[in-house]
Design a protein around this ligand. Structure first.
Ligand code: FES
Length: 581
């Protein structure tokens, strides 16, 4: 791995971005006086200053190794002659954020962006891990233009339940489904609860956190080999130390995120997203990060490259292994070597070397059964397909690698739930009129609906069907689903129901057709009838609390899924490129 300087760095250190007192000399004098109060010397303050974002939180066990990571990054910074200074930002965990973590992602991005602008640092190490944290940090870094390097916290270890290996959270959903189907009892589900999360760190399958870890390495803004070491391993701490060292090399250099996060780099990242069978959330996040740079993620072109990019990584939920196995199999460098013919190798990475140069220097390949060669894929096409049709004029997606083949060409009767509360109330009602060939449709869980685009697209199989052995049913919504979930589930229907998209017009009994082969999602209701329904449609009444604070800002400025659900005023004002190319 390279640790050479990128260019002739010029670091401004403590004199950067002075507080406004009307006298620059006094501002610096005062700043130094305060930081010396913490015991720092002039020698320390003359070094390149490396900010380190501390996203540790008692409410975020995915970041539970933050103290050890901090220590290792600081060690690396000091070994390279810099001064590490940590600073906090908000931290978001999937299960501890109401109404959803997605609702808060843009707040974390805003918080991080303003700290990067306000604080006197020459480069920054961004430490994130849980699903929304890495996207938030990269959205901020893309908007600021400060040299930045991403470090992920790393995945958790797997546990064991009665001799069976388990990990969050594909197995969470599998066991919960068995409990709902009354295949296992309350005592066993309590035992499972103890085993699913065996250590601190991010979910152990190819969920959104693992997806983003792989994607940021593919983007070139994290060190080679940094995506896969589990959170509690020595490898993870060594990567943290190396990240600190590299941040000093970056300090004051011209190698800012704008030079790394190019359309070609995003295309590489989208290929990787497809080849790992990655989370559908990855598209929304990559779209948001790219949008900060004026780069448009073209969903139709993404679908085209999906047809030539097979799934190579055999991890749950599309396959059978866990992140620690991916690491032992060589991690991202092994995957990128297999994908090499499909990648742009001339893109610059955070090391100051191109992706091609990094792959030339990567460890040699060895035998393993987690990362397949291009000639022997897990799934012949990319994991995600883009759907269009009168039900989703702005697009919808399906994770085809985690879907049931029998349902991917399907026409059926819609069973509509008007919102989450409606679904919760009725889904297990024995009187619910639903059969295994019907299609569950859930409205009002898009970016503005709910609000916050909850991961409720993975609707539970109605209990009476689950008891009868039904494991999958076609489900359609304007929401998201966890990257750890599986099933024939159409997501991100755009425009969403809350703003009067066609999804809002669907009624129970309507026929819907899904054809993944033709990339089609159609509501089989004639146009005149749809126009009548549209004329009658009324937006849901605002709820208490919608008129103030962050909720008001969110509801008035959040964009649709095809624009990454970023706030409209945070996206780059100009179109600077398209990806895939
Ligand atoms: Fe944090 Fe899954 S809940 S990564």
């Amino acid at each position: 791995m390279s640790s050479k300087p990128i260019s002739q760095p010029v670091h401004a250190g403590m004199s950067k971005g002075l507080t406004s007192y009307g006298d620059a000399g006094f501002s610096l004098f005062l700043r130094k006086a305060f930081i010396k109060g913490a015991g720092l010397s002039d020698d320390a303050l003359d070094r390149p200053i490396i900010g380190i974002s501390n996203t540790g939180s008692g409410f975020n066990p995915c970041h539970g190794n933050m103290p050890q990571l901090m220590e290792a990054v600081k060690r690396g910074v000091m070994l390279a002659g810099g001064l590490p200074v940590e600073f906090p930002t908000i931290s978001i965990h999937e299960s501890f954020a109401a109404p959803t973590s997605m609702y808060l992602r843009n707040l974390m991005a805003l918080d991080t962006e303003e700290m990067l602008k306000a604080l006197p640092m020459d480069a920054v190490v961004l430490i994130g891990g849980c699903d929304k944290t890495v996207p938030a940090q990269l959205m901020a870094a893309a908007s600021v233009g400060l040299p930045a390097i991403q470090l992920v916290t790393g995945s958790m270890l797997t546990g064991s339940h009665r001799g069976e290996r388990v990990g969050a959270c594909t197995d969470c959903r599998r066991f919960w489904g068995r409990y709902r189907a009354e295949e296992i009892d309350a005592a066993e589900i309590a035992d499972v609860n103890d085993q699913l999360v065996a250590s601190v760190g991010t979910c152990s399958v190819m969920g959104t956190a693992s997806t983003m870890a792989c994607v940021v390495e593919a983007l070139g803004i994290a060190l080679p080999g940094s995506a896969s070491p589990p959170a509690v391993t020595a490898d993870r701490m060594r990567i943290a130390e190396q990240t600190g060292r590299q941040a000093v090399n970056l300090a004051g250099s011209a190698l800012t995120p704008q030079h790394i996060l190019t359309p070609k780099a995003f295309e590489n990242a989208l290929r990787v997203l497809l080849a790992i069978g990655g989370s559908t959330n990855g598209i929304v996040h990559l779209t948001a990060i790219a949008g900060r740079l004026g780069i448009e993620v073209d969903l139709d072109a993404f679908d085209r490259i999906g047809k030539e990019t097979p799934v190579l990584v055999d991890l749950k939920p599309s396959g059978q292994h866990y992140m620690e196995d991916f690491h032992k199999a060589g991690g991202m460098r092994a995957l990128l070597r297999e994908l090499r013919p499909l990648l742009h190798l001339d893109v610059m990475t955070i090391t100051g070397r191109t992706l091609g140069q990094e792959l030339d220097a990567a460890p040699a390949a060895f035998g393993q059964d987690v990362i397949r060669p291009l000639a022997r894929p897990i799934y012949a096409q990319g994991g995600i397909a883009v759907l269009r049709g009168n039900l989703a004029p702005g697009g919808a997606i399906i994770k085809q690698s985690a879907a049931s083949p029998a349902l991917m060409e399907h026409e059926g009767r819609a069973v509509v739930f008007e919102n989450l509360e409606d679904m919760t109330r009725r889904v297990d009602d024995e009187a619910l009129d639903i059969g295994p060939d019907d299609i569950m449709v859930l409205k009002q869980i898009g970016p503005k609906g709910a609000p916050g685009m909850p991961e409720a697209g993975y609707m539970p199989i109605p209990r009476k069907l689950a008891r009868a052995g039904v494991k999958d049913i076609l489900r359609i919504s304007d929401g998201r689903m966890s990257g750890t979930a599986w099933g024939t589930i159409v997501l991100h229907v755009t425009p969403e129901a809350a703003i009067g998209g066609p999804l809002a017009l669907v009624r129970t009994g309507d026929r819907i057709r899904l054809s993944v082969a033709r990339r089609e999602l159609s509501l089989l209701v004639d146009e005149a009838e749809l126009q009548r329904r549209a004329a009658d449609w009324r937006a849901p009444a605002p709820q208490p609390g919608h008129e103030r604070g962050y909720r008001k800002l969110y509801l008035s400025t959040v964009t649709q899924a095809d624009q990454g659900c970023d706030f409209d005023f945070l996206r780059h004002p100009e179109n600077t490129g398209k990806t895939p190319l």
